[in-house]
Design a protein around this ligand. Structure first.
Ligand SMILES: Nc1nc2c(c(=O)[nH]1)N=C([C@H](O)[C@H](O)COP(=O)(O)OP(=O)(O)OP(=O)(O)O)CN2
Ligand code: ZN
Length: 135
C-alpha cells in the first residue's frame, strides 16, 4: 500500500527568459515580455509530494517535518529572494522556465529520499500557470 504525502512551500524570485545566442528580435518574438532585460518576478508556489509505503513503526511515509526542512535547505535557501539567472548556478546556462525550475528542484530533492519513495514536484509560477514533474 502506497500513500502520497504533500508539503506546500513558497519562494519569490526574479528571472528573465531569453537565449544569449539569439538576437533581441528573436528573443522578443519567442519570449515576449518575459525577455525584459531588467527581469521580472514571481511568487512561486511549490507542492512537493512523496509517495511510498507507510512505515510500520512510525505510521509515516515521510516525516513532514523532515520534508519541510529538506525543502527549506534545498529550495527556499537557494531560490528565495534571488535572481535565478544571476544568482543560482543551475540557471547560469539554463533558461529558468517553470519547467526547468521544476526539474532542478526534483533533481535537488530526489537524492535525499529513500529508493522506494516516489517524488512529484508541482510548481505554480502564477496562480494560473503551473507545471508538474515526476522524474
Ligand atoms: N511553458 C512556459 N511558458 C511560459 C513560461 C514558462 O515558464 N513556461 N513563463 C512565462 C513568463 O515567465 C510568465 O511567467 C508568464 O507570463 P504570462 O503567461 O503572461 O502569465 P500571467 O499570469 O502574467 O498572464 P495572465 O494573462 O494574467 O494569465 C511565459 N510563458
Ligand atoms: Zn516569468
Amino acid at each position: 500500500m502506497k500513500v502520497k504525502v504533500s508539503r506546500a512551500a513558497h519562494f519569490n524570485a526574479a528571472h528573465r527568459l531569453y537565449r544569449p545566442d539569439w538576437d533581441e528580435e528573436k528573443n522578443n518574438a519567442v519570449f515576449g515580455k518575459c525577455n525584459n532585460p531588467n527581469f521580472h518576478g514571481h511568487n512561486y508556489e511549490l507542492i512537493v509530494s512523496v509517495t511510498g509505503p507507510i512505515d510500520k513503526e512510525t505510521g509515516m511515509v515521510i516525516d513532514l517535518k523532515d520534508l519541510k526542512d529538506l525543502i527549506r535547505s534545498e529550495v527556499e535557501d537557494a531560490f528565495d529572494h534571488k535572481n535565478l539567472n544571476l544568482e543560482v548556478p543551475e540557471f547560469a546556462k539554463l533558461n529558468p522556465t517553470a519547467e526547468n525550475i521544476a526539474v532542478i528542484i526534483w533533481n535537488k530533492l530526489k537524492p535525499h529520499l529513500k529508493e522506494e519513495q516516489e517524488l512529484e514536484v508541482v510548481l505554480y509560477e502564477t496562480p494560473r500557470n503551473f507545471v508538474t514533474y515526476s522524474g
